[in-house]
Design a binder for this molecule. Sequence first.
Ligand code: SF4
Ligand code: SF4
Length: 478
Amino acid sequence: MENASKPESPFESDESFRDTISTVDKAGKRIWVYPKKPSGSYHNKRAWVTLVLLGILFSGPFIQINGHPFMLFNVFERKFVLFGLVFWPQDFFLLALTLICFFVFVILFTVAFGRLWCGWACPQTLFMEMVFRKIEYWIEGDANQQKKLNAAPWNASKIIKKGSKQLIFIFISLLISHTVLAYIIGLDQTIEIVTKPPSENLSGFIGFMFFTGLFYWVFSYFREQACTVVCPYGRLQGVLLVKDSIVVAYDWLRGEPRGKIRKAEVDSNKGDCVDCNLCVHVCPTGIDIRNGTQLECVNCTACMDVCDEVMEKVDRPKGLIRYASYNSIKDGVKHLMNTRVIAYSVVLIFLLSLTSFFLFTRSDIKASVKRAQGLTYQKIDDTYYGNIYNIKLINKTFDSMDIRIEVTGIEGATVEMVAGSDIIIPQGGMFEGVFRVKAPATSINGTRNEVYFEFYNGEKLMDKQELNFMGPMPGSLR
Ligand code: SF4
Ligand code: SF4
């Protein structure tokens, strides 16, 4: 009953702010956002996290394990390397399973912690807020100076500022596009394309230019629209978030009714929000977080920092805008383990177990042997019978393999390749062929004889198959 007296969040009574996007005016024209330069403890922490993550991102293509990439997403050759483990097209189900685990993890993480990913780890936010916008602040100054510069007539100073900013943006876009392509086509191929004249690899050159142009356009012009209009993850918030999800939230119980107050002023009719609007001015997506959780919020923490600063100035406790769930503000109780979190955790544990099982039991080669269709057995001579088998071997490693087949189960049986070729499978490649098993008549027992094929690379057993060796009907053997 205690909760009944507590006011609901203001946005529950008026949700009209959801009908419009703060970056688009009534005529449908874009409103350019000039966010005030952020600073504060959360911003500093995010800067360090950004440094580490971008360090990993840019050094990723250079990290190799035994001469092979640590990460590779070669969609053209359908070859993927995750943490040094190679996935060829034949492992596609394993890759799909790994991706499903990743998506379920993202969903679970979102249900519990909202868009923490967007603010702290999403490359779009990190590059936009921590790299491109910082360069903009450095060259053009804070929001008001940027507005003034844009409104000013073109003169030498404006040309130098605008020109140098765009040149740096293009340079960083080049760096990003080359890094992204190194993850896709590999470091060696990237270096080859970069070091040779464009005419020698026109498609590669066009690819680089396209991605450079795309990144430059996104970070210099499209900006927050990528998060608010395009990003599917942002759109999913409406279905993923629950009232127990921890998000960047305004404590309306403490803040309302908002209004101007001075330091140490005691006015029981007013909440802690001094209505300074700094949380709006600092927001890179141009929203007012006091309206409640919105899909435009990328959890960049800028409003938390600036509001903490204001609270310090007016001598109020920090955290008027903080990481909190709707229910924790309303009821003062945190429920991190809600039904959805438990359900997604169970699904994720199941999927992770399944993926681990397949990953650890995965063999380096995949052998598939079948008796040749339409053939029974051959009588080679009075003492030997033969069976023909089709063989398909897939090499899932980075090394080529010279495979030897050994046969057991029938005493004295031998294997011979029909075309007499050696079984050499290149890295990630496939071998298809035909071989014959020759077995002494004295070792055969009727039409069904269990036979085992073992595939060796050197002395290492790579795979094993059990099949039937067909012989004549009992009584007809000689
Ligand atoms: S920064 Fe804090 S005090 Fe200022 S308007 Fe926003 S919520 Fe209110
Ligand atoms: S509401 Fe706050 S956390 Fe969300 S995007 Fe705006 S400034 Fe960042």
